[in-house]
Design a protein around this ligand. Structure first.
Ligand SMILES: Cc1cc2nc3c(=O)[nH]c(=O)nc-3n(C[C@H](O)[C@H](O)[C@H](O)COP(=O)(O)OP(=O)(O)OC[C@H]3O[C@@H](n4cnc5c(N)ncnc54)[C@H](O)[C@@H]3O)c2cc1C
Length: 549
């Protein structure tokens, strides 16, 4: 591409990666959608992919992240207002995602799960959204994940579910019952304990046909949500509550935002520190059962973390391949340089596994109401896949950034933002060790069920190098009462076994074994490109990754 700048001719730069159909251009996603029962949705997903891959969307994403939200704690006269103002670009994305139902499409109006392949279809959309703008997906994810937790309180649920399911984004600051559509956030983390929520000190005292909460939350994202599911210490122990922004008489509730977090990434989204002062709340479930109630939500937010990271990996790799197809160094395009080809192909193989594992997991969610094996599969593999995919994404984004050389490090491009965004999915909703311990907990509580899932995954991965050995190692470590120190190894192996199994179903012959050969056994270095791939394998992987643009 040749263009003129003020005083020189610009050449040997890649054209913008924009106006790309994020679905039809993504063979891996197409295959995963078909393999997981969503072929009937291909047309709708293609339209979605065209819209979300447009230059306009990408530009709005840049603007939303360059104009972070602002806290207005007080008005000009010193009265508290406790509102956070977002840039119109953020509202634009909220309206887009809610119109497409990403906050509720997996639920029927009574809160029961929509029929298959609702989860897989939503995940395919989310993979595309994550390639463009992730910050606004925080409230979208929390809203859809709140539904199973809220179902524990049928009267409240009957009132709020139609508002959650609404396809209208209503950003006005009004009581939730007056609004056309609402979003729901989550408040668990306090200063003295995030993972260890039993250390929560916020108190809840019965009053006014509800409870009154006093205390704080150290991280509470998407503060303009209409209500939050929070944990607090009630007389009967740690309990889950519905904490609305307005009290039943229409007054602003006692949530006082102290400041916004100054974050590495996730800039379009606000995360607050909040003091709770005599804040009205409604109990969700029994007193003392707060962790059980909110874990129904966390299971789904963890799934979304993995989907989001797979999406970001896709965009990072697409940008890298695109650039390398246009950029020449030493009289040869980067995409034709053997060493660069191996780097890109190894990343492509990683993406193959991540995307296949995530989509197959969503399909298990789709079937979990009808199949006990799939229900246990979702419970065992959600933390494992979250662990492996979210932990890989930051290193993956970094490597993609380096493929663009200096351009990758500069904010005008997208790689810098993806790189800053990627770690949050590994940290929130259960950091690495915590989700590993969750895998161990699931195994310990239901050994027969968990073993059945691992056997099933191993069967699906049969014929692939190292699959049987990996399954044995996972069971051995998880069965060992002293095995906690080897837990990361077991969880990574389990996730990679699941990815191999998923690829065996969705990708053409050879890809699953290629993945297994370098990820379950064999020789592979710690960086991308340090895998042993034959030339023809490299070519296959690169051809699959991105159609010429
Ligand atoms: C941008 C952002 C937004 C957030 N938004 C929200 C929100 O909206 N609502 C909300 O409730 N929270 C939110 N959080 C908080 C987030 O969920 C927590 O930060 C996270 O769960 C970790 O908790 P912590 O910070 O207290 O760390 P800790 O719990 O202290 O953990 C620190 C480290 O110790 C490890 N660890 C913990 N226990 C063990 C163990 N038993 N064995 C070995 N290792 C262990 C963890 O894996 C982690 O690596 C947000 C965080 C971020 C960064």
């Amino acid at each position: 591409m040749v263009t003129r700048s003020n005083n020189s001719t610009v050449f040997n730069q890649s054209p913008p990666f924009a106006d790309i159909n994020l679905f039809t251009n993504d063979r891996l996603l197409l295959e995963a959608v078909s393999a997981n029962g969503a072929t009937s949705e291909v047309e709708a997903l293609s339209a979605f992919g065209a819209r979300w891959g447009s230059a306009r969307m990408l530009e709005q994403a840049r603007i939303a992240n360059e104009n972070p939200p602002k806290l207005r704690a007080f008005d000009a006269n010193g009265n508290r207002c406790d509102v956070v103002e977002y840039h119109p670009a953020y509202h634009f994305f909220m309206a887009e995602s809610i119109r497409e139902g990403l906050q509720a499409s997996t639920w029927l109006s009574d809160g029961t799960a929509a029929a298959a392949p609702a989860e897989a279809v939503r995940a395919a959309r989310y993979v595309m959204v994550a390639q463009v703008e992730n910050g606004h997906m925080c409230p979208i994810t929390m809203t859809r994940a709140a539904v199973p937790a809220l179902a524990a309180e049928p009267d409240l649920f009957a009132q709020v579910m139609p508002k959650i399911a609404s396809r209208t984004y209503d950003p006005t600051f009004r009581p939730w019952w007056e609004k056309a559509g609402i979003t729901v956030g989550m408040g668990m983390t306090e200063k003295q304990g995030g993972t260890d929520v039993r250390a929560n000190t916020t108190t809840a005292v019965p009053a006014d046909e509800g409870y009154r909460l006093d205390g704080h939350k150290w991280f509470m994202s998407a503060p303009m949500c209409d209500a939050f599911l929070v944990l607090a210490q009630a007389p009967g122990g740690l309990t889950c509550f519905w904490l609305p922004r307005f009290t039943p008489d229409g007054q602003v509730n006692g949530l006082h935002f102290q400041r916004l977090k100054d974050k590495l990434g996730n800039r379009s989204n606000a995360s607050t520190e909040v003091e709770l002062s005599d804040a009205y709340a409604i109990r969700i479930g029994d007193e003392g059962r707060g962790i059980q109630a909110i874990m129904r939500m966390v299971q789904l937010t963890r799934l979304d973390c993995a989907i989001s990271s797979a999406g970001m990996m896709r965009m990072a790799l697409a940008q890298a391949v695109h650039h390398c197809r246009y950029r020449t160094a030493f009289q040869k395009r980067l995409i034709d340089q053997p060493l660069m080809r191996t780097v890109l192909a190894d990343m492509a193989l990683e993406l193959e596994g991540a995307l296949a594992a995530v989509m197959r997991l969503c399909s298990a969610f789709d079937r979990s109401a009808l199949s006990e094996l799939d229900a246990v599969r979702t419970r065992l593999l959600t933390p494992a896949v979250k662990y492996a995919v979210c932990k890989t994404a930051p290193a993956f984004a970094y490597e993609a950034m380096e493929c663009l050389g200096g351009n990758g490090y500069v904010e005008e491009g997208m790689l810098a933002r993806l790189y800053r965004e990627a770690p949050v999915n590994a940290i929130w909703e259960g950091s690495g060790n915590v989700v590993c311990l969750d895998v161990l907990r699931v195994f310990a509580r239901n050994k027969d069920g968990a073993r059945a899932v691992i056997n099933d995954v191993a069967r699906e991965a049969a014929d692939c190098s190292g699959a049987a050995e990996a399954a044995s190692a996972v069971v051995r470590i998880l069965s060992d009462p002293t095995g906690e120190s080897d837990l990361r190894l077991a969880v990574e192996l389990l996730a990679r076994l699941a990815a191999t199994a998923a690829l065996n179903q969705s990708a053409p012959g050879g890809i699953a074994d290629l993945y297994a050969r370098s990820r379950l056994g064999g020789q592979r270095g710690a960086t991308f490109g340090a895998a042993q791939l034959a030339n023809n394998e490299v070519t296959t992987l690169l051809d699959r990754t991105l159609a010429p643009t």
